[in-house]
Design a protein around this ligand. Structure first.
Ligand code: NAP
Length: 253
């Protein structure tokens, strides 16, 4: 039986790292994908790569923490690809520092991108989901939500996203919309490479040391996260909602 809802996904922060891998995976799963990022050139390139593989995609530049830009980007994806039924809130930044050295700007920018960004993107996208009676929202949390030295801003944002996710699940469930969070552990991307650089450690050594602390004895890849996102947005995941799934090579929480 053909599905009665559109298969259009939006992935924020899709210019590189986890977001780029999720966008690629959802395109392979048959979704038309709107790739959104601060770096417009990167997402245009990503969309072209998906099109070259026979998929449908559009790359849109935006700052997710800006309400007007978020709403315009969702409208553009809806216009070009169809109404979005999947939203992956993945865009993220770190501005690490110990509490006594952390500036107001470090706090505001991290809360702004992760929490405000996810809020304005979700508010803009949900109407397309509720109208169709089907939707999937996936928010990127982190093991840092459980507390991490030097990340009082980031851990507060990532813990906040868990509460945000659970409330979305409660409010939107009756419209056929699920909301879940993925909380990755150490994933090898530019973000973790930047952490290694800040600590003055070679990235390869940093990954090796991290792997020793992880039960499966390796660090994660963007594709590890993309696999879980693929499941959470699938038809079969319709009874999974309001959950936080730690994808960290071992147990957390
Ligand atoms: P990344 O490699 O740094 O990529 C993040 C992407 O988000 C970049 O393309 C960046 O754009 C984009 N972005 C940042 N601020 C934005 C904004 N205001 N508007 C639109 N796009 C914006 O990071 P990643 O490692 O893939 O992380 C992806 C998500 O997973 C983040 O939410 C992160 O907190 C979370 N996470 C990562 C790890 C890990 O170990 N890597 C662990 C747990 C959770 P630019 O390229 O222009 O900067």
């Amino acid at each position: 039986m053909p599905e009665s809802h559109s298969r259009v996904a939006i992935v924020t922060g899709a210019g590189r790292g986890i977001g780029a891998a999720v966008a690629k995976r959802l395109a392979a799963d048959g979704f038309a994908v709107g790739l959104l990022d601060l770096d417009e050139a990167a997402v245009r390139q990503g969309a072209e790569a998906i099109a070259a593989e026979g998929g449908k995609a559009v790359g849109v530049g935006l700052d997710v923490s800006d309400t007007e830009q978020a709403e315009a980007a969702v409208a553009r994806v809806a216009g070009e690809l169809g109404p979005p039924t999947v939203l992956i809130n993945n865009a993220g930044i770190t501005r690490d520092n110990l509490l006594f050295k952390m500036t107001d700007q470090d706090w505001d920018s991290v809360i702004g991108v992760h929490l405000r960004g996810s809020f304005v993107m979700t508010r803009a996208a949900q109407k397309h989901m509720t109208e169709q009676g089907w939707g999937r929202i996936v928010n990127l949390s982190s093991t840092s939500a459980l507390g991490n030295r030097g990340q009082v801003n980031y851990s507060a944002a990532k813990a906040g996203l868990q509460g945000f996710t659970k409330t979305l699940a409660i409010e939107l469930g009756k419209f056929g919309v699920t909301a879940n969070a993925i909380a990755p552990g150490f994933i090898a991307t530019d973000m973790t490479a930047a952490t290694a650089e800040r600590l003055g450690v070679d990235f390869e050594d940093f990954k090796k040391a991290a792997a020793q602390e992880i039960p499966v004895r390796r660090v994660g890849t963007p594709e590890d996260i993309a696999s879980v996102a693929s499941f959470l947005v699938s038809e079969g995941a319709g009874f999974v909602s309001g959950q936080v799934i730690y994808v960290a090579g071992g147990p957390k929480d």
